[in-house]
Write a protein that binds this ligand. Sequence first.
Ligand SMILES: C[S@@+](CC[C@H](N)C(=O)[O-])C[C@H]1O[C@@H](n2cnc3c(N)ncnc32)[C@H](O)[C@@H]1O
Length: 373
Amino acid sequence: MTAEHDWVGLAAALAADLTGSGELRDPAWADAVAATPRHLLVPTAYRQQPDGSWVAIDTAGPGPAPAYSATTLVTEVDDRGRAVSSSTKPDLMVRMLELLDVRDGHRVLEIGTGTGYNAALLSHRLGADRVFSLDVDAKLVAHARERLAAIGHRPRLAARDGIAGWPAHGPYDRIIATCSVPRIPWAWAEQTAPDGAVLADLKVGPGAGNLVLLHRHGDRLEGRFASRWAAFMTMRHHTDDGPPVRGPKAAPGPQRDTTAPAQPWNTHREVWLLACLTLPPDVRYGYTLDQTTRAPKATTLSAPDGSWCEVDLTSDGTPARVREGGPTPLWTRVERAWDAWTGWGEPGWGRFGLTVTPDTHALWLDEPGDVIG
Ligand SMILES: C[S@@+](CC[C@H](N)C(=O)[O-])C[C@H]1O[C@@H](n2cnc3c(N)ncnc32)[C@H](O)[C@@H]1O
């Protein structure tokens, strides 16, 4: 038995699960999930093996159908073995659609068509003539167009770089990006209707950022980060996520203790965002492995100018030892971010906001006037 035989029941069960878990509150989106045959939009996905290789799977089953579980389905892998397109997990997708506050009659532009699943949900909710979606990958757009038409939706799709939006059909009441950006392109603001909104994943450093919902107020976009963290794959062609060229590793300074957490990118993501505002743009984090057990024993940061630091991972919460070297005091900057964040009362994402103008991005705490970076 596969989803081919009972996708209606499986899609209804997915909608019920998302509603039951509290992710989905708006019945209109529950109807859209229940009415969308995800296995037809994502017939094949790739699952990563322990050795890093990818194997193709049939999303309809047999067995529990991956298409109707709340999981991300990777659909495209590049020649370096990195996932470059996927069908976003439905729980995150509907959370974003609810955050976006889409209303009847809205016109919506999506950046990152991928499989077309989100475009299908939007088309069901608004009517396909109000839905516009772009992807930089022409092959993905061709597949999405064909598969969406096969289930009765004909939104306007194009193979274009999403950085420039799609001015020909603007302004849009809502713009939603399903790939992360290092800056909110001003073209998106220009194509947002007065009182319209943009929802995107802003990433200012490796993994540093979150979804932010920005409303158009005249000549600026402004709004708060989503209270829960989520991450998207990076926008292609506009994020240098390859290995940067590194200078020789500088000599270490004296060892010292730190009270800042050793891996803020995992445990304290708000702190990591604050740190990345002052760290070099090409900073990378990593782990030093124990030679015998191969388990991580320290975290590392490194920058192209040869600067580096290594922070021991302690299991008992005792202060960790830090070794740091080079012209840029990488760990010192993380510690400053940690001290600022604890001094502000350890604010969660919902207290941080962003104002975007043609030339600036200002990060603030609590109120737009209280700029912190
Ligand atoms: C997480 S997937 C999108 C999921 C999709 N919304 C869905 O429902 O299946 C991210 C997509 O962003 C696309 N993308 C990456 N860089 C882009 C760019 N510069 N312009 C437009 N799309 C881009 C990728 O090709 C990929 O398909």
